[in-house]
Design a binder for this molecule. Structure first.
Ligand code: ATR
Length: 279
């Protein structure tokens, strides 16, 4: 794939600290090349103490926008000029769009990405059954916002630190907190299970979850994508449950950002998955 930077090239990027392991530059670069767009998407390593300076420099430098990743997502919320309602509810900004007047608008595309991945990879998923969400960090918040907007009336939130799960009840009356020790029993009758904890990630202990109470047709989704097949997904697959890995959310959350930057809604294809995994 040949990318040519010209004087006319529109530039977007990714602010994080560090950013060297991010797949976003390859991902956006793939779509730019696929559609022959005169654009570029560059890594922008920004130290936490310099986030405000870096964001304020965007209009001066002619950037069309940036994505925001760890550890800046929550701090960006208070540094931009305007925050859209989804980002406000998600408590985090992962996309900043430079407006024509030079102001900065903060958005969050994680909730969209989560739901779009679920709909693409497990279209049989049913929103009229309870969901179980494990974890109560930033990712859990975005997942819960998506599930509320999808119309779920019962979302069982389970976290090691109960107080963090309780804080998520402000998102809506469908959020129900269950004790961490009762997580296996809480799977009873669920149509969806989402792991948003870091358990199961490479180098981390596996998530201990007994799936016996889980209906055989419930979808099991792990937003961890390294490894792609976590112990949770492999156990679920072994008993016949449909599974959704974490790569889909990563790829789909980039779509609204790409659209905001370059004016086109790109598609997530098997070829893209292979490309991102191989790079
Ligand atoms: P993210 O922004 O990706 O959601 P995070 O905010 O660091 O990441 O959240 C990590 C989640 O994994 C939290 O829900 C955390 O539980 P606590 O709130 O109790 O810390 C969960 N987690 C991490 N290590 C865990 C462990 N060993 N056992 C249980 N939960 C764990």
């Amino acid at each position: 794939m040949k990318i040519e930077i010209r004087g006319t090239t529109r530039v977007a990027g990714l602010m994080g600290w560090p950013v060297r392991h991010s797949r976003s530059p390859q991902l956006h670069g793939y779509w730019l090349a696929e559609h022959g767009i005169d654009g570029a998407y560059v890594p922008l390593p920004v130290e936490p103490t310099r986030l405000e300076t870096a964001l304020r420099a965007l209009p001066a430098l002619g950037f069309i926008g940036v994505n925001i990743t760890v550890p800046h997502k929550a701090s960006a919320l208070s540094l931009v000029d305007r925050v859209n309602p989804i980002a406000r509810r998600a408590g985090a900004v992962n996309t900043v769009v430079v407006q024509p007047d030079g102001t900065l608008e903060g958005r969050n595309t994680d909730a969209f990405g989560f739901l779009a991945a679920l709909e693409q990879d497990a279209p049989q998923w049913q929103a009229d059954r309870p969901a179980v969400v494990l974890g109560a960090g930033g990712s859990a918040r975005a997942v819960i916002v998506a599930l509320i907007d999808a119309g779920l009336t019962e979302i069982r939130v389970i976290n090691r630190t109960r107080a963090k799960a309780e804080a998520l009840q402000e998102l809506g009356p469908s959020v129900r907190v269950i004790e961490w020790d009762k997580r296996s029993a809480a799977l009873d009758g669920a149509g969806l299970v989402v792991n948003t904890t870091t358990l199961g990630m490479a180098g981390q202990p596996a998530l201990e979850l007994d799936l016996r109470a889980l209906p055989g047709d419930a979808v099991v989704n792990d937003i961890v994508y390294s490894p792609l097949e976590t112990p949770l997904l492999s156990t679920a697959r072994g008993r016949g449950n449909p599974v959704v890995d974490g790569l889909g959310m990563l790829l789909h959350q980039a779509r609204p950002a790409f659209h905001a930057f370059f004016g086109l809604d790109p598609t997530v294809t098997p070829a893209l998955r292979t490309y991102v995994l191989g790079n």
